[in-house]
Design a protein around this ligand. Structure first.
Ligand code: SAH
Length: 244
């Protein structure tokens, strides 16, 4: 059954508009009587039957609702140093499939790409769309939220109180990820800070330790590219707490 993001949810019906409506009508060529699945980002999923197709809207009658157990039980956020466009896109798409809860793009000292003003807003909107499409494809019922491009000083208030911070750092020799996770409580969110292509400055790692209480950890003796490190760390954290 095809999946759609619900534009408006009523008691017994939901409506699809905009690109969701156009995709249903023009690409999939569904017609009244066909069944579809709808999700509204609340964690619920609805089975509907198409009642009416109009110029701007498709009306579906709800025939059943479900709360599928597809979302990770541990909230894991990626905080990614701004890297070149396609790398961020890749991390957002794959991170969504793996189950990340959200991603915050972070301006760092070695970020080659620096996004400001309306350009930053446009880019975040594009990244949100990628997260949205990947959510649909991977049957998620809650899309990860892509935050605005932020700076170090913004971080403490960007994520919920009680967030536990990790900073994978290639210069870290002793602390392994598993031993840090052993001290973490999976009931509280976990944020993983990953550097840009050129990595973090040592001062940024110190700042993360001091201001966020981040644990710096090694992902092994090999240097990974930023996007590999992001996905490896995400996978390891989700796997450690039983979500993969
Ligand atoms: N400074 C390095 C590479 C940075 S890799 C250089 O240019 O040679 C980009 C990011 O990936 C780092 O900031 C870090 O967060 C993560 N990373 C890569 N390899 C890692 C490893 N072996 N252990 C921990 N983190 C790693």
């Amino acid at each position: 059954m095809n999946r759609f993001k619900i534009t408006e949810l009523g008691k017994n019906a939901f409506w699809l508009r905009g690109t969701e409506r156009d995709h249903l009508v023009r690409v999939l060529r569904l017609t009244p009587g066909d069944k579809v699945l709808g999700y509204d980002n609340s964690g619920m999923e609805y089975t509907g039957v198409i009642l009416k197709i109009e110029d701007k809207s498709v009306t579906c009658r709800i025939i059943s609702s479900d709360h599928p157990d597809v979302e990770a039980h541990t909230s894991v956020f990626l905080v990614a140093g701004l890297s070149k466009g396609e790398k961020m896109e890749w991390v957002i798409q794959k991170g969504t499939e793996l189950g990340m809860q959200g991603l915050l793009p972070l301006r760092t000292q070695r970020s080659v790409m620096q996004l400001e003003g309306s350009k930053a807003l446009d880019r975040v909107a594009r990244w949100q769309k990628i997260a949205s499409e990947a959510s649909k494809q991977s049957h998620r019922v809650r899309e990860p939220q892509i935050g605005e491009v932020c700076d170090w000083r913004d971080l403490p208030e960007k994520l919920p109180a009680g967030t536990q911070w990790l900073i994978p750092y290639e210069e870290e020799r002793t602390q392994r990820l598993a031993s840090a996770l052993n001290d973490f409580d999976p009931e509280y969110p976990i944020a993983i800070l990953i550097g840009p292509e050129g990595g973090f400055e040592a001062a940024e790692v110190v700042r993360a330790r001091e201001e966020l209480g981040a644990r710096s950890v090694s992902l092994g003796p090999r240097i990974l590219r930023a996007e590999t490190a992001a996905l490896a760390a995400l996978t390891l954290v989700l796997g450690y707490f039983g979500d993969i």
